[in-house]
Design a protein around this ligand. Structure first.
Ligand code: XMP
Length: 509
């Protein structure tokens, strides 16, 4: 395992991914991690990330110098390298020539992290501080035109530093540098695969749960479904999944999920029809945050009531993912947590006192998909687009009524069917329809119509933090529009959403 110390870089998740792509497990921890915890984790190597701070500022993030006594190889990237140099008595200062973007990298020798890299290559720079004086024991291993000390090493202590960013795609030799560090210097073995992850996770769940009962709120999305299958493989029928039909799901979703998970995967699921419990309090609500609050509260009430019926329930399994739990460091205020407020179940009711099982909490979404396939989930679930907890309620702008739900379901069904047919479904992060609270005039046959407008949204994204509107082919958009207007009564106009996130969000509400 490789430990990544997060000094606040926007690229730290990328470092974790690059390491994992080499089949080596990596984990991101904040700089205030205890040295004893690092010893327990026993990483084969440590990567110190970049960050927005300057090392010479009083409150810049630092990790205890005891880290150097562990004898573990360290690679410092950008701020991480400056921290390394500063800790050993070198000098870091504001540079007169800020370097941002591509730079030609002059490698002084092809050893250690630069093994097998051609002497003339480029790297990606983004820094305003530079190293001015090296401490004793360190030597320069690469430079650029503006940065004399672009890479360093201390062979005796197995310490390495690069001013540029090997983790970004713009550094063509970055992958080789990371591989050299992992395999030549840290002596890692490339044996972290989703198969081994699944075996470990299953063994761990077995050991934790023993003969107790586990509850899981199943939505049918990839995260909760993969969690359910893992827990099911570990403890079988000691797991009870609760699927709450809130009446806000897509057309045929509840039926489809039931078929796949109960018939195909033999998971123990209680299906709760709570449609009216959700729809009644929503009937007059327009404000999106109020909709979310009502849906969240009713969900908790329904879920809790069902969970209480399960005797000896001691654990709650959740499909929390890594980006939701990574602690990021704010440069001036110490570690702060970035947890999405609208994530999944949204926290435990205080009086339930269940212990959490979160087997996916160290995985990224694309890794969860590979894991899902590995443990036998069908593509239909593995590649399903994310669907928000409040469901279609936040895709009907204005009041949520049965009639409007029916219209949106039909629109959405055609949209997804056409996108699947076009072969683009997997390349999109999400695609969906939104029903607007507006009517427009149209003409059908010889008649004037005055009907609803639906918006189509399709985005590409890696993690939903940012997203770009998808450049769907005009022909596809044309088919979608024609089919919807011809087949869904009550809709006479389709618009396509061409806004990205930020400044827009993925959902409209
Ligand atoms: P936004 O609209 O914030 O969405 O760009 C980012 C991702 O989160 C999903 N989303 C939600 N998921 N409850 C959820 O479980 C919610 O209230 C909620 N709001 C947005 C959205 O579909 C996208 O994948």
């Amino acid at each position: 395992m490789i430990l990544i110390i997060d000094f606040g870089s926007q690229y730290n998740q990328l470092i974790a991914r690059r390491v994992r792509e080499c089949n080596v497990y990596s984990r991101i921890e904040p700089p205030n991690i205890e040295i004893s915890t690092i010893k327990d984790l026993a990483p084969k190597g440590i990567i110190l990330s970049g960050g927005p701070s300057s090392i010479y500022e009083n409150n810049s993030p630092k990790i205890s110098n005891d880290i150097f006594k562990l004898g573990i190889p360290i690679l410092g990237i950008c701020y991480g390298m400056q921290f390394l140099i500063n800790s050993f008595g070198g000098e870091v200062n504001k540079t007169s020539k800020r370097e941002y973007g591509f730079a030609k990298l002059n490698i002084k020798d092809n050893e250690c992290i630069f093994k097998s890299i051609s002497e003339n290559t480029t790297c990606w720079m983004s820094h305003g501080d530079s190293i001015e004086n090296l401490p004793i024991g360190f030597e320069i291993t690469a430079s650029t035109e503006n940065t004399g000390i672009a890479a360093v090493r201390n062979k005796e202590h197995n310490l390495y530093g690069v001013q540029f960013h090997p983790e970004v795609e713009h550094t063509p030799c970055g992958k080789t540098i990371i591989q050299n560090f992992l395999f030549d210097i840290c002596k890692c073995s490339p044996n972290w695969t989703m198969k081994s992850f699944a075996e470990d996770a299953i063994a761990q769940i077995k050991e934790t749960v023993k003969d107790k009962q586990v509850i899981l709120a199943l939505s049918g999305g990839v995260d909760s479904s993969v969690t359910a299958v893992l827990v099911n493989k570990a403890i079988g029928n000691q797991l009870t999944c609760i699927f709450v039909d809130n009446g806000l799901l897509r057309k045929n979703e509840a039926k489809k999920i039931k078929k796949i998970l109960t018939e195909h995967l033999k998971i123990n699921i209680k299906f709760i029809n709570a449609k009216s419990k959700f729809l009644r309090p929503l009937s007059k609500i327009i404000d999106p945050e109020k909709k979310r609050k009502i849906i969240g509260k009713v969900f908790m009430d329904v879920f809790e009531a069902e969970a209480k019926k399960i005797k000896n329930a001691e654990f709650l399994a959740q499909g929390t993912l890594y980006p939701d739990v990574i602690e990021s460091v704010s440069p001036f205020g110490g570690p702060s947590s970035v947890i999405k407020s609208h994530h999944n179940v949204g926290g435990l009711p205080k009086n339930m006192k269940l212990k959490l099982i979160e087997p996916l909490k160290y995985l990224f979404k694309d890794e969860v998909r590979i894991l899902g396939t590995e443990i036998g989930l069908p593509d239909d679930i593995v590649w399903r687009h994310p669907f928000p907890g409040p469901g279609l309620a936040i895709r009907i702008i204005g009041k949520v009524t049965l009639k409007r739900l029916k219209v949106l379901r039909e629109v959405d069904f055609i949209l997804i069917e056409e996108i699947r047919k076009s072969g683009l479904y997997r390349s999109l992060w999400q695609s969906f329809a939104v029903l607007l609270p507006l009517k427009s005039v149209g003409i059908m046959g010889d008649h004037r119509t005055y009907e609803n407008i639906a918006a189509i949204r399709a985005v590409t994204s890696r993690d939903a933090m940012t997203a770009d509107w998808a450049r769907l082919p005009h022909e596809l958009l044309n088919n979608i529009s024609n089919r919807i207007i011809n087949e869904v009564s009550g809709v006479n106009r389709i618009v396509y959403d061409i806004s990205s996130k930020p400044p827009s969000t993925i959902e409209w509400e």
